[in-house]
Design a protein around this ligand. Structure first.
Ligand code: FES
Ligand code: FES
Length: 168
């Protein structure tokens, strides 16, 4: 067993887990944070994406031991049902979520992007979401939703027609 001390969504947490425990397992099974999804379990689908020290990672590929002393943000730390984050709100408004399984991972990848780059190009958004597989939406609505959320987070209130800014 190994001891892990980690800050999750701003709250210091401790766990004692088998050495082979992944970060995803630590979140879902030890801390009951089940918003991060277990899809492929081999780093292909991005459903398990969380943010570690500001960077998006596949939590199924990271060991719990690797986050000792670090800061993790999961979908539970992004918004609440009654108080959605602008990215979540825009995904909902744009119709960018269908079955929803990929949603938490996509939102985390989008958040990591916008935290670092408040005015991303379409290419930046595509690149940021490239590790998140979605079998339902075709991605266009997701890209629009990230653009809309970026505008809100930049404090731009004027509504822009929702369309891909392919020139950016
Ligand atoms: Fe981690 Fe698919 S469950 S990448
Ligand atoms: Fe179904 Fe993305 S909305 S997999």
């Amino acid at each position: 067993m190994i001891d892990v001390t980690v800050t999750i969504n701003g709250v210091p947490r401790k766990a004692s887990v088998p050495a082979e425990t992944t970060l995803l397992k630590l979140l879902r099974e030890h801390f009951m944070l089940t918003g991060s999804k277990l899809g492929c379990d081999v780093g292909d689908c991005g459903a398990c994406t969380v943010i570690v020290d500001g960077k998006p990672v596949n939590s199924c590929l990271m060991l719990a031991a690797q986050v000792d002393g670090r800061e993790v943000i999961t979908i539970e730390g992004v918004g609440k049902r009654e108080h959605l984050h602008p990215i979540q709100k825009m995904f909902e408004e744009a119709g960018a979520v269908q079955c929803g399984f990929c949603g938490p991972g996509v939102i985390m990848s989008a958040k990591a992007l916008l935290d670092e780059k408040p005015d991303p190009s379409v290419a930046d958004i595509r690149d940021a979401l490239s590790g998140n597989l979605c079998r339902c939406t075709g991605y266009t609505k997701m890209i629009e939703a990230v653009q809309d959320a970026a505008r809100i987070l930049r404090g731009e209130t004027a509504a822009k027609p929702r369309q891909l800014e392919l020139s950016k």
